[in-house]
Write a protein that binds this ligand. Structure first.
Ligand SMILES: [Zn+2]
Ligand SMILES: [Zn+2]
Length: 144
């Protein structure tokens, strides 16, 4: 009986780890007829790196910051260690009441807000209407 308990715990840990470490690419589309903005958006990192997602209003595209997942056996020991990015600050989003963390865009160095998950991405970044949804005609891709 004890052995069974141990293996269930082990399985649970594997399941949680897999969810946390895998990233997902969603093909998103604005359903507003006057907009039609489309973009692939990635959430989560891979086995060797961690990643955060945001939308840069200046560059008009989704941007990503990646850093090394320390301690991962998949990190190339010869590769340069990338430290986690320092946030520029936090702002309160009055629309949702949640706190947004602001980082510098990797391209233009302007500020962008982190989008933590797909649930936080209901509004189209181009037209701001709450009609941004997964494009069901395209595949959702899971990567490591
Ligand atoms: Zn930018
Ligand atoms: Zn739109």
């Amino acid at each position: 009986m004890k052995a069974v308990m141990v293996s269930i715990t082990f399985l649970a840990i594997i399941a949680v780890t897999t969810v946390v470490f895998a990233g997902t690419l969603f093909n998103m589309k604005c359903e507003s007829k006057t907009c039609g903005f489309e973009a692939g958006v990635m959430f989560g990192g891979g086995m060797a790196f961690q990643q955060l997602t945001g939308y840069c209003q200046s560059c008009e595209k989704f941007v990503y910051l990646q850093w090394t997942r320390k301690g991962s056996p998949l990190v190339d020991p010869n590769a340069e260690i990338v430290e986690p990015p320092e946030p520029l600050g936090k702002i309160l989003d009055l629309r949702t009441g949640s706190t947004l963390t602001i980082f510098a865009c990797p391209d233009c160095k302007g500020p962008f807000a982190e989008i933590k998950s797909l649930e936080d991405l209901k509004h189209c970044p181009a037209c701001n209407k709450p009609e941004f949804a997964i494009d069901e005609s395209k595949p959702t891709i899971v990567f490591d």
